[in-house]
Unconditional design. Structure first.
Length: 176
């Protein structure tokens, strides 16, 4: 498959019983809530302590990346219309896209992250991606369980920087 235009994810994806909708400026409260959740900040690239303006700016940067065909972020919703967190797919300009997610504490343990990851993998398969990647910080047992449940296998690791400190990232891959 060639061309980023063919790889632009849709504005929404179904992940029964959940739904993913493209992140908009109105979704700044979920960004603020995730940035105020200590384990989200510890295990992801979410910056700590976003206020409304910083959250809107962060969303603006993400929406620019979506317009460029590089990445797409979504808000993950349950059937009652409650925001559960965010997820997305990046590296859309590369051969192997990468999925990611962050859930609010009240949303965990319901299969939401796994369902979102599977919906993103299915979209990637539908546009011709042979494999999809996912990265976790070593020791993040919950995210490692999500990766395994979604059919990923650990394919190595590397040391990278997160919030100004070195961390060991585990790379997970899945054939679509």
């Amino acid at each position: 498959m060639r061309g980023a235009a063919r790889r632009r994810p849709p504005d929404s994806l179904s992940a029964p019983p959940f739904v993913l909708t493209a992140l908009t400026e109105e979704d700044w409260p979920v960004e603020v809530a995730l940035s105020a959740t200590p384990d989200v900040v510890a295990w992801t690239y979410y910056p700590a302590g976003l206020d409304e303006q910083a959250a809107r700016e962060r969303i603006g940067r993400q929406r620019q990346r979506a317009a460029q065909g590089i990445a797409r972020r979504y808000v993950l919703w349950d059937a009652a219309g409650t925001e559960l967190g965010t997820c997305g797919i990046g590296a859309l300009d590369a051969a192997e896209p990468e999925v990611f997610y962050a859930l609010l504490p009240a949303a965990r343990g319901r299969g939401a992250a796994t369902s979102a990851v599977l919906a993103l993998v299915e979209w990637a398969r539908s546009v011709g991606c042979a494999t999809v990647a996912l990265k976790t910080i070593e020791g993040n047992a919950a995210s490692e369980r999500v990766a395994r449940r979604a059919g990923f296998t650990c394919s190595g690791g590397s040391v990278e920087e997160q919030h100004g400190r070195p961390v060991r990232l585990l790379r997970w891959t899945r054939v679509t």
